[in-house]
Design a binder for this molecule. Structure first.
Ligand code: FCB
Length: 454
């Protein structure tokens, strides 16, 4: 592992055109779940099943962003964000996932994008951040059916045609590993299925849908296209051969299973062997369809995974602490992982599309004193600067998340925001970390003023 960089963080470590942003996703903030013709999503359904969400909450209102987007964009402007990452809700713009488009749904994103551009904030959009139209789950078992691939490509083309010229980037799918594994193997996420075979097939359909969407979007828009992967680098828990092998397989299931077909044109042989009869059904031409050239790669980084062949596994050291999710804080892993990606895959330019921490924040008279989040931000930005110094081509950073929001199966119990949300009143209060980030963005602008437009 790289030693922690010794230099203190300095905004001038980032290139002048480096993009500072924050991220959210539709299901986590929009609310208005039954408004203006929005269709039901698999997450609406999942929340209604007893025991699925720890606090029994739902996506029905969330941060009410659907109605408060103007205030939220004003907050972003106050923060000095150069960019905002959000997702389109497929069931809002095409309630059944096929057939009729919902103009009122498109109007919302039209207004949001205009508001962002008016505030001088680049819109970075994602097509699929997990809220599948429930009708597709009913009709064809959602991502388990290959028939979903052309439907996703139609949806992608429609969004790209309408908005592509106003978007700074357009990503197909957020974290296919989570959709496949957490949604279809461990059942922690919607649609709550427990089948390794289904999960493997889903991962293949997600990748195929990604590649088909890229083709469909290229023919109708000029927006830079990419995909967003979550990487939780795997390390052996003990320095033994067995733990090293276990970590290598874990890396195969998480990192290589997606990176290899996207950038090298084939699934990793060791993982195929491990899956055996559960390996996905693949047809001729699929590999080329998946490996379409991309303009950027989004990486979401939070922590690492220590893997052991033995049970019980040794305790996780956590020398730099744990977040409120119980995730170990290991900023140096970001440096190491980004340099590894550069070395092994020569990927297109990277955006850190998510990075952040849940913290047990308390709103007091003076706001929210979230010093731990400031430390997390500072150490991860330093790790990022170090990766760039070592050759990783990273163009921007999006803190997860702009707002406290619906954290999937953790409901509203975990707070990731730079901005605190009081859900009863929907009052927004910037935390100390928001002030820190704002100041850092300002310092960056001062350190290297952008060249005047020609
Ligand atoms: C990622 C998700 C995002 C958020 C963070 C904490 O896996 O993409 O929606 O929940 O984790």
């Amino acid at each position: 592992m790289h030693p922690a960089p010794s230099l203190p963080l300095n905004a001038a470590m980032f290139r002048p055109d480096f993009v500072w942003g924050a991220a959210t996703s539709a299901a986590q903030i929009e609310g208005a779940a039954a408004e203006d013709g929005r269709g039901e999503s698999i997450w609406d359904r999942f929340c209604a099943e007893p025991g699925r969400i720890v606090d029994g909450s739902t996506t029905a209102v969330a941060c009410d962003h659907y109605h408060r987007y103007k205030d939220d964009v004003a907050l972003m402007k106050w923060l000095g964000l150069k960019a905002y990452r959000f997702s389109f809700a497929w069931p809002r713009v095409q309630p059944l996932g096929r057939g009729a488009w919902n103009e009122k749904g498109f109007d919302f994103y039209d207004r949001l994008i205009d508001e962002l551009l008016g505030a001088g904030i680049q819109p970075h959009a994602t097509l699929y951040h997990w809220d599948l139209p429930a009708a597709l789950q009913d009709e064809m078992r959602g991502w388990q059916a290959r028939a979903i691939v052309p439907l996703f490509a139609d949806y992608a083309a429609q969004v790209a045609k309408r908005f592509g010229d106003r978007l700074a980037t357009l990503a197909t799918i957020n974290e296919p590993w989570c959709v496949a594994t957490l949604g279809h193997e461990t059942a922690q996420f919607a649609p709550g299925i427990t089948s390794r075979k289904a999960a493997a097939q889903v991962s293949h359909h997600l990748l195929l849908a990604h590649g088909s969407a890229v083709d469909a979007m290229r023919s109708v828009c000029k927006a830079p296209l990419g995909i967003v992967l979550n990487h939780t680098p795997s390390y052996p828990a003990r320095p033994t051969g067995a733990d090293r092998r276990a970590a290598r397989l874990d890396d195969g299931l998480d990192v290589r299973w997606y990176m290899d077909p996207l950038f090298m044109g084939a699934y990793p042989a060791d993982v195929l062997e491990h899956l055996g009869a559960d390996a996905p059904q693949v047809q001729a031409g699929d590999a080329a369809q998946i490996a379409r050239a991309l303009d950027f790669l989004g990486i979401n980084f939070y922590t690492r995974r220590l893997v052991s062949a033995e049970q019980p596994a040794p305790p996780v050291p956590g020398a730099q602490g744990f977040t409120d999710m119980g995730w170990e804080v290991v900023p140096e892993v970001l440096t190491q992982h980004l340099t590894r990606l550069a070395r092994e895959y020569a990927p297109p330019p990277i955006y850190i599309t998510e990075n952040g921490m849940a913290n047990a924040d308390v709103l007091g008279d003076g706001g929210v004193a979230d010093g731990a989040r400031i430390d997390y931000l500072r150490s991860h930005l330093l790790a990022l600067a170090r990766a760039m110094e070592l050759g990783a081509d990273v163009r921007g950073y999006f803190y997860w998340s702009l707002l406290d929001n619906f954290e999937w199966n953790s409901g509203y119990a975990k707070r990731f925001g730079l901005v605190h949300v009081d859900y009863a009143s929907q009052r927004r209060t910037p935390k100390d970390s928001a002030y820190w980030y704002r100041e850092f963005i300002r310092e960056h602008a001062k350190a290297r003023p952008p060249a005047p437009a020609a």
